[in-house]
Design a binder for this molecule. Structure first.
Ligand SMILES: [Zn+2]
Length: 305
């Protein structure tokens, strides 16, 4: 039975609003993590004819997804082990964020103040201490944002607007890891994030790499086809186009390597072992799991011209 709160809608291109698109991949509706309307034959990833963005051609309404993200079901718990994904992956996620922030610092020299949009339980903000004396986060999940208090200076429920409302105006760096692909209006989201960046400051956005080697190797079985949570798939071209439209500069890209416990990788292959055991907890780095785009907000001299 379909949950009465679940409603779906057809999608036009989330970036340019054009409806013309070419079908790339069709998925069986059974893979959807949210109940689909009766009679749905397939869910399709399509490419916009105008701006080339790859997006899902029908999706639950924003209200439906807001309800889904706040539900306990979203914080997956393994019935066999009793551990949540978060418990099992906390250490390796911390290592992943530390490597990401270290690379970002190497590339840009950035330091000072940081806002992390979609901060979850605050692991990235916690790992940012070596470089950032002021650390603020936001997350759509009320529970996650409250957990962050204690690892950062402030955590709010919501997004960039709620950080502004909390009295924080400008940051040296804004990060958004694994958020952009979830939002219904990517341009508005990037503009709101950019409004938190000091002139001359940086924004680092991490997304699954649709043009990368894992997608090419895995095809339709690519782990980042999370339907319908991931509404869009990004490549260098469309990320650059997004920056242009938002009035920010695209400085460059770097690969986002991800550390996983061995148990999580084996689980994906259908092999169950305890994530907390010695073997299951063995750390494995997978390269290029996602990619980072570095944007910069033009400095005061550039903004005047
Ligand atoms: Zn488009």
């Amino acid at each position: 039975m379909i949950d009465p709160r679940v409603e779906w809608q057809p999608m036009v291109c989330p970036l340019c609003r054009d409806a013309g698109a070419v079908r790339l991949i069709s998925f069986d509706p059974d893979i959807s993590t949210v109940a689909v309307p009766e009679g749905t034959r397939s869910l399709n990833m399509v490419r916009c004819r105008t701006c080339s963005l790859v997006y899902l051609d029908s999706a639950p309404t924003p209200d439906t997804m807001a309800w889904f993200y706040k539900s306990e079901a979203y914080f997956g718990q393994d019935a066999a082990t009793g551990y949540t994904d978060y418990d099992i992956q906390k250490d390796t996620l911390g290592l992943t964020f530390a490597r990401f922030l270290g690379t970002l610092h190497q590339r840009t020299g950035c330091a000072g103040s940081l806002a992390d949009i979609g901060c979850g339980s605050g692991l990235l903000l916690d790992q940012a201490r070596p470089w950032f004396s002021l650390r603020v986060g936001s997350d759509m999940g009320a529970r996650a944002a409250s957990l962050s208090t204690g690892v950062c200076d402030c955590a709010v429920t919501g997004g960039p607007r709620e950080i502004l409302s909390a009295g924080y105006k400008e940051f040296d760096v804004v990060t958004a890891v694994a958020v952009l692909e979830h939002v219904y209006d990517p341009l508005l989201f990037i503009q709101e994030c950019a409004s938190l960046v000091k002139p001359g400051g940086y924004m680092a956005v991490v997304v699954p790499d649709f043009g990368g080697l894992w997608r090419k190797a895995m095809g339709r079985h690519w782990a980042s086809f999370k339907i319908p949570e991931h509404l869009t798939c990004w490549e260098r071209l469309t990320l650059t186009h997004l920056g242009d439209r938002a009035g920010i500069n695209t400085l460059g890209f770097f690969s986002y390597d991800h550390c996983f416990p061995l148990s999580v990788i084996l689980d994906r292959l259908g092999i169950k072992i305890s994530g907390q055991g010695k073997v299951g907890g063995y750390r494995v780095w997978l390269p290029r799991v996602m990619m980072t785009v570095i944007y910069s907000r033009p400095g005061p001299a550039q903004e005047e011209t």
